[in-house]
Design a binder for this molecule. Structure first.
Ligand code: PEP
Ligand code: MG
Length: 588
């Protein structure tokens, strides 16, 4: 049928990587690998085991070369994703079980490997944990490659088919993504996936628009259909009409010219119309992102999530390895403040099993053994990180911040371990900044309500609204079925922020917000009106937030702050903020 005669159809998914793309679909069906199954008896089993070992080696070589390609094209962090694949190939349990399956059932190697592999995939897939489900997808990817090598069936090389296309697939595995020539890839659309899935990490670093989590979208499209991908709103439009294309064409032009104009102002100071200086900082996870954040006009790093150093590793990073990353970041920021948050593992951020950190699984991981709770229980791990952070403090304005503090006893215990780290370094004659600033993240309701009890032992507060809101409203931040209840303008959130600011002011502490709301230009005037003077966000959000700061006044912000404290209806608060924001943007 002529594409023009086809009906336009809209699908809503998760906005994974911003941007708008329009083009022809490259539908990547899961290739059907035929897995032969036959009886192998007696000594012939030895031959099957030998074939298995050869295939493991061949697969290993292929993954290593993909990893090298990724390292050169995208960088070290992206390449590390393949470490998980290499680990699957070394997994003794998987190897031994496959051999046992061959021996006990007189089975050929392909059938045995398929059976054992799928047993694991199913087990992982049933666990209600995003991280472990991702591991199932790693295992599936490795298994397909292994079987393809055993059976001699070539895996589809999507890179060779790409030609200014929008990739539509059930999921995009890291090794498939590695074969894509990004100059020819317009967009990515997948049935599966979440904001933390590997395909999404890749799409963002390739700056390719992506929408994921669309359920069964691959059943709705045919090869060569025309789609439009709106990575801002998480919408995919199949067979877009002329008028839709026209509207999106305009939107794309507007977004591009808006981003260009905002970037021009991002190098200027973040000062309100009536002269109040606001610090706009970056949330980053790697040393490499530090210089990128400066390009977007960051006044410093307000949140360095150090756990990514641990998540992407097979063993605990040593003190020297950590020092390398922390000092590199501090140097790159050239004297601007850098707030390193100590290890916040647990919840949805789990290390690899090979790390043997005994964090999970738990029935309520967000209420469980995570972050400072783990660190206080493992002061041997904690003190290594604190020593590395202290050592890096001579290379810039390094600050340290503890996550998930629930009360003053934990804060005092953490500070005691920091003192121990300092005494060790002193006795070893190692230099560090004696007056390094130490902050507390306020992201648990108990810490927020009793924030006055934390003032004496903190140099600053930073409010983690992502967790604070999920705990205040009892709404899982990862669960899209209750996402509508996740309201930053809920009166309980506004009052809690107000209380934290009051405690900080009484103790003469600075207070920042480093959760996602800090990067939401609609929320920014309210946060300033409640007395927050420091906001930290993803680097690419800095220009639009800076524009809002530069074009508003504190007088208007304070009016919005008072309105929000008096108004019982969260929707009305949001409407008032939207009105203000719309007015402000009309001046652009
Ligand atoms: C937060 O909870 O707001 C925060 C910044 O930390 P994370 O998102 O890493 O939990
Ligand atoms: Mg948090």
């Amino acid at each position: 049928m002529d594409a023009n005669l086809k009906q336009e159809k809209r699908f809503k998914g998760i906005a994974a990587s911003p941007g708008i793309a329009h083009g022809c679909v490259l539908l990547l069906a899961e290739e059907e690998l035929t897995v032969p199954r036959y009886r192998v008896e007696g000594d012939a089993i030895e031959n099957e085991i030998q074939r298995f070992e050869n295939a493991l080696l061949e697969t290993r070589g292929q993954i290593q070369s993909i990893q090298e390609k990724i390292r050169q094209n995208l960088g070290e962090d992206e390449a590390r994703i393949f470490d998980a694949h290499l680990l699957v190939l070394e997994d003794q349990a998987l190897i031994e079980e496959s051999i046992k399956e061959m021996q006990e059932h007189d089975l050929n190697v392909e059938a045995a490997v398929w059976t054992v592999g799928h047993r694991y995939i199913e087990a992982f897939g049933q666990i209600d944990d995003e991280y472990l489900r991702e591991r199932a997808s790693d295992l599936r990817d490795v298994l397909r490659r292994l079987l393809s090598n055993l059976t001699g069936q070539a895996l589809e090389q999507i890179g060779t088919h790409m030609d200014d296309r929008i990739l539509v697939s059930n999921d995009v595995s890291p090794s498939a993504a590695a074969n894509i020539d990004r100059s020819k890839l317009l967009g990515i659309v997948t049935n599966a996936g979440s904001k933390t899935s590997h395909a999404v990490i890749m799409a963002r670093s390739m700056e390719v628009p992506a929408v994921v989590g669309l359920g069964s979208f691959t059943d709705e499209v045919d090869q060569d259909d025309i789609v439009l991908v709106d990575g801002y709103e998480g919408v995919v439009i199949l067979n877009p009409s002329e008028s839709t294309l026209h509207a999106y064409g305009k939107l794309k032009d507007e977004k591009t010219s808006l981003e260009e104009r905002l970037l021009v102002h991002s190098r200027e100071a973040s000062t309100t119309k009536d002269g109040k200086e606001i610090l706009l900082m970056a949330n980053i996870e790697t040393a490499e992102e530090a210089s990128r954040s400066l390009e977007f006009g960051a006044d410093g790093v307000g949140l360095f999530r150090t756990e990514y150093l641990f998540i992407n590793a097979d063993s605990l990073p040593t003190e020297d390895e950590q020092f390398e990353v922390y000092s590199k970041t501090a140097k790159a920021m050239a004297g601007k403040p850098v707030v390193f948050r100590t290890l916040d593992l647990g919840g949805d951020k789990m290390p690899r099993e090979s790390m043997e950190m005994s964090l999970g699984p738990e029935s309520n991981p967000f209420l469980g053994y995570r972050a400072i709770r783990y660190c206080l229980d493992h002061d041997d791990v904690f003190i290594v990180q604190l020593r590395a952070l202290l050592r890096s403090s001579v290379h810039g304005d390094v600050r340290i911040m503890y996550p998930m503090i629930s009360g003053s006893a934990e804060l005092k215990d953490a500070n005691q371990i920091l003192e121990d780290a300092k005494s060790q370094l002193r006795s070893e004659g190692v230099a560090f900044n004696e007056s390094v600033k130490v902050g507390t993240m306020i992201e648990i309701p108990s810490a927020a309500i009793a924030s006055d009890t934390l003032v004496a032992d903190s140099d600053f507060f930073s409010i983690g609204t992502n967790d604070l809101i999920q705990y205040l409203i009892a709404v899982d931040r990862l669960n899209d079925r209750v996402a509508h209840l996740y309201e930053p303008t809920h009166p309980a959130v506004i009052r809690t922020l107000d209380n934290i600011v009051s405690s900080a002011r009484r103790g003469d502490l600075s207070v920042s917000v480093c959760g996602e709301v800090a990067g939401d230009p609609v929320m920014v005037p309210l946060l300033l009106g409640l007395g927050i003077e420091n906001l930290s966000m993803s680097p690419s959000l800095l220009p639009s937030v800076k524009f809002v700061v530069q074009n508003m006044s504190m007088e208007e912000a304070e009016r919005l702050g008072k309105m929000a404290l008096a108004e019982p209806d969260s929707t009305k608060i949001l409407e008032n903020l939207l009105d203000y924001y719309t007015d402000l943007m009309s001046g652009l």
